[in-house]
Each structure stands twice: as structure tokens, then as C-alpha cells.
Design a protein around this ligand. Sequence first.
Ligand code: NAP
Length: 430
Amino acid sequence: MNIAIIGSGPSAFYTVQSFLREKPLTNIDIFEKLPAPFGLVRYGVAPDHQKTKNIIRLFTKYLNENNVNYYGNVEIGKTISLNTLSDIYDAVVVSSGAPEDKGLDINNNSTVQIYGSAQFVGWYNGNPIHSKLSPNLNSQNIIIIGNGNVALDCARVLAKTKEEFYQSDIMQYALNSLNKSSVENIYIVGRRTPKDAKFTISELREMADLKMYKPEVDYDEEEMLKVLDSTDIETKVKKNIEALIDFKKFNATSKRKIIFKFLSTPYKVINENGINYLLLKKNKLLENKIISTETIEKISTDLIITAIGYRVSPIEGLEIEPNRNFFVNSKGHIKANIYTNGWASGASVGVIGSNKIGASLLVKKIINEVSANKNDARKKLLEYFSNNSISYITKSDWKKIDQIEIDSAKENFTRNKLVDIKTINNQLEI
Ligand code: NAP
């Protein structure tokens, strides 16, 4: 069987894992838009969460298998069409994730920068698409919208000192900018209550361990205690609320703060007398329902980061569902011999390992539904590349890049990522 996988992040590599287990002799070709592999693990996971990034070791083991090949810097729909892949291979699996930001419907009548977390995270992680971002870190207040783990990642990275990044692979250009930051308050804004926050406890607790910033919680303690008293409280919620109550002891003791704000819906950015403000419409809790009020809170800021979830990048030939979040599919099947899994196939929620079960089920489905009758897939692909003068990053190129990145890491850091294809090509020629 000859399989093409689009994307090289967690859902792609768990698909490889399942094929190697179910049908060990399958030829698997991985196509990645960016030069380097590993998608969300390389460009999404926070640089100071190296333990999470360790999954790259397992993915590398699969990449090193003889029947697995890698074509980096190849964008489906641009470098080669989806139809061509579908013709050449027995099945195509779209595991391209959700690398774009969901938009926040907000009126911006000012010069304030509004970046999505894919952009901001991509910037500090050296994603070639976002590496040229220039976030304004001279703002006294930075506002992060969203109450998920990505909001916590962004806040933590904004707050850490250089030393707190030791043993990470943060980009040096980002670290230099962050070091010069004059930000005093990092707001994390949720439209609902602490009970509704999607934080996980270990990520939330990290906020209390920061050297320079301390957490502050702008929410009534009595209300939080009431939630703790209820009998049907989930353990995850209980732990989060206990942590937020704990954070209250830090209130007003630090010049630099991470301020958790709840029941606040962002709706407008304005400029008044040369100062940019985000206006938040305050909500209230009435008989367990969240009601919008006419009360407005105004926070001055020059940088807003939205961490409100992700959506797919379009691929020519694939339909996207009406909210534009993922590709239309029926239990992983898109059309003909094209399938999908991971964040490309549904909501952008869950951790890296959450992709494992989905990948395993999809591989079983493909093996059941697809008959292997396409021969010489790899030969045909290479002919196509050669006839169209397409150059790409191979598996052995990546091995060299990987070694260069590790060898050129600055003291106290784990890796010096090569960002753009020009630098990579220069390095490969040396
Ligand atoms: P998330 O957990 O789904 O959180 C998104 C947040 O955005 C929610 O608080 C949501 O509020 C809010 N939101 C959505 N639309 C909004 C709008 N229009 N206005 C205001 N707020 C809005 O997503 P995420 O933080 O992007 O994380 C994605 C997944 O990756 C999650 O499953 C997360 O746990 C995982 N992740 C894990 C780690 C880790 O384990 N260390 C790190 C990063 C990410 P509502 O609830 O009100 O809709």
C-alpha cells in the first residue's frame, strides 16, 4: 500500500505509527509545507516545555524507518496538487492540523496590534511564516483573550526572564525582544467564569512560580468558594479554582502582574487622545447563566493576543465547514481516496497524545476500505518533481539541519532553529 500524508505534526506521526503497526510494509510519504518536520510540536508547544517536545524522539524513530519518506517545503495545492497525490497514491491522509487563528470579531479603530496566538507563538518558536512579526512589547499592558492553555503559554513566555528560558529552544531574536520588554500587566481575559476556564492545573500553577511577575485574580473569592462547595464539581475545575484562590494571596504585592479577568467580552478597540484602549463588555452571572451588561471596562494597550482556538489552512480541492474550522468529512473520510484526522478533521482541542486513538481508528478504516493497486508511487512522485523542477527537503537534509541546530545552540539553550529556506539551503551546501 502507498500512502501520502499531508502534514508532519502529531496527527501525521500517529498515523505513521498506526500504519507501521497494522501494515508494516506500507510505503508512507510525508509532505510538509514548511522545511522542517513536527508541526505543532516544533512550532506550537512552548519552548520552555521541553518534556512535551520529547515526543519528537518517537516521531524521529518512525521517520527513520526505511519505508517512510519526507518531502519538506512542499505545499499541497501549490507545489503539487491534491489530485495528483490522489492519483499517485492508494490513499491520502490530510493531517495538516489547524495552523491558522480563529478571528475575533472586534472593531479596531486604532493602531493597536492584534495578533492571533498562532502568529505570536509562531514568532517565538521560529515558524518561518511568523518569524518576521514585530510585537510591540513597550506596551504597559498586554491583553490576552481566551482562557485556555495557549493563553497561559503566551502569558508565561511574555513574563519569563532570560534565565527562566535556560534549557529551552526559544528563538534568540524573540528572547532579545522579550528581555527589553517594559510590560507591567499581562491580562488574561475570559468571557465566562473561573469555573468555565479551560486551563489545566499544572500550566495554571506555573503562573505562581514566575520570578518577575505574580498572578492576580480579579474575581470575587466568595463566588469561587461557592463553586468549591457545590457537590457536582469536576476535579479539573476544583483544582483550577483552588489555584486561583491561592493566587489571591499575591494580589498587589508585585509591580509586574499577570491579571486574570473573567466575565469580560472584548468588543472594541478605540484610540482616545493618542492612547489605545480595549473595551470589555462586562458580563454577570445570573442563576448560573452568563448575561451581558452595559458596563464597560477600558484597558489601555498596544498589543492584544487572541488565544481563542485555531482553524485549518485551506487546501485547493477540499471543502471547509461553514465556521471555517476544519475540512468537511464523514468519520475521517473526505472523498474518493482522501481521508483526514487530527485538528484538520474537527475542533482544535486536546493534547498531542489525543491524536493517537483517532489515527489508529482512521488507519484501520483505510485498510478496510482501500484496495492497494497503485504501483510505483514514489517513482511517479519523483518523476513529477523532476519534470517540474521542484526541489524539496529530504529526510537526510532534515537530519543535517537537526544536527546543525543542536550544534549551533547558544550556551544554556537546546537548539538554534534554522528558520527560512534560504538559510537552510545555504547551510546544507556547506
Ligand atoms: P481552548 O482550550 O479551546 O481555549 C480557547 C479559549 O478561547 C476558551 O476560553 C474560549 O472561551 C475562548 N474563546 C473562544 N472564542 C472566543 C471569543 N470569540 N471571544 C472570547 N473568548 C473566546 O483552546 P487553546 O487554548 O487554543 O488550546 C487548544 C488545545 O491545545 C486545548 O485542548 C489545550 O488544552 C491544548 N494545549 C495544551 C497545552 C498543554 O497541555 N500544556 C498547551 C497548549 C495547548 P469559551 O470557553 O467561553 O468558549
